[in-house]
Write a protein that binds this ligand. Structure first.
Ligand SMILES: [Zn+2]
Length: 100
């Protein structure tokens, strides 16, 4: 199955090609200037931790959950890069130079 993380928006499969299971954990937001890893406050972490004796292992952090994607889901094509003001300005300058 393919899923989209409700916290970070990452798309992932829970079953990898070699048959092993994938447990999503949101990547950190950044590493601050002191080298400390800054995690998102709503981080999802599907890795399992042991519960109390006799209880089943549980997910580390639910975060904002996940959404199951349709079978065959494809990522949207990247949007065309909007032409920047600078690129248009250069175009006008070049045109004025070549036309005299
Ligand atoms: Zn995530």
């Amino acid at each position: 199955m393919m899923y989209q993380c409700g916290s970070c928006g990452g798309v992932y499969q829970d079953l990898m090609a070699d048959g092993s299971l994938y447990f999503h954990a949101c990547p950190p937001l950044e590493v601050d200037p002191r080298g400390r890893v800054v995690e998102r406050p709503d981080k999802r972490n599907e890795n399992l931790v042991m519960g109390e004796p006799g209880e089943a292992p549980r997910m580390k952090a639910e975060g904002r959950g996940r959404v199951e994607l349709e079978p065959g889901w494809q990522p949207p094509a990247p949007a065309a890069e909007p032409r920047g003001l600078l690129a248009r300005a250069w175009e006008r300058i070049r045109a004025s130079v070549t036309t005299g």
